[in-house]
Design a protein around this ligand. Sequence first.
Ligand code: AMP
Length: 397
Amino acid sequence: MLNKKTIDDIDVKGKVVLLRCDFNVPMKDGVITDDTRIEAALPTIAKLSGDGGRVMICSHLGKPKGKVDESLTLAPVAERLSELLGQEVLFLKDNEVVGAHAKWFKYNMTEGQVVLLENTRFRPEEEKNEDSFSQELASLADVYVNDAFGTAHRAHCSTVGVTKFVKETAVGYLMEKELNFLGNAVDDPVRPFAAVLGGSKVSSKISVIDNLLEKVDILIIGGGMAYTFVKSQGGHVGLSLVEDDYLQYARDMIQKAKEKNVKLLFTKDIVVAPEISDDAPFQTVDVMNIPDDLMGVDIGEKTIEMFSEALKEAKTVIWNGPMGVFEVPNFSKGTKAIAAAIADLDAITIIGGGDSAAAAIQLGFSDKMTHISTGGGASLEFLEGKELPGVTAIADK
Ligand code: AMP
């Protein structure tokens, strides 16, 4: 269980609470296209406001790289948040984030009021975690609450630096929920414990594979990652994505799985195409014999069956990364089938953010999963066994 202070451990009545949320939402032409992250922050905001806190929210959005970029203003988020919260959330348009409006509101907010500051990444100091901006943020607040799980793996002013200058700190409900689900699943899983990994590269998930092999009973590897494993075993992978620098690593992991008695499964048959395009002709072949001019783009029927069958044993499942190039409808079948197989299980099922979370939500499986993480990068670092700086910085219970 989490040993950090949570918002249930602090009294916020009448205090100014600086709340860090992760409102890094996808936008198209100034319109929010997915408000999952805003929805996920509502319980914390409602609790702090309901308890009489004066709630000042901050967040980043996109990558403005320390400059004001009006296409990345948080104004549309304030509007959507007001609708979802059922309470007006004023947007404080200070391009320097802690500006005249924020300073005025610090002294003039009413209890229960909620306001939103401008994009913290408009400030060049933010991503460098420089004290000057951390102190400015801290000067607004009596209490600091971090509920931004999606950004907890970054040590920035608004996630880490600020905690040096505010006396009272705590995590919010979303952070608590994410850490409890991921933490319990990894450190104290109901067994058998299976992890399903996919996505493009072995290199980006090296530490995850390494760490999970210490903990899981079943490890399933699909997606573009699988071909490096296949090639390391003498398979012919054609034009498929392979990282030749990681062939020995793949062999080592196969050996480690044997030593640890972990059932390691990777792709058996594979959907191949000459290119990544929905117009490309495709067929299914054995993964050890992919023709020279074709590349693997999705797992085949036999693999879907094998993975689904293996998952039926599991009592805890963590899934991170698509099984194929799921952005192309013709190559999304494997990812959808695995999402459906996981949704069907009578097990603790955790989707580790990013593409797999988007796939599970789009397919309408949200209610059938135990937990869908709101943070791709953060949940990955968690699965690597790393500490999240945004969590470490919060006071212990
Ligand atoms: P990651 O960010 O590492 O989780 O990778 C996600 C990306 O992996 C998605 O954009 C998928 O299109 C890509 N991907 C999955 N399977 C394959 C594959 N067989 N070949 C190339 N890319 C893939």
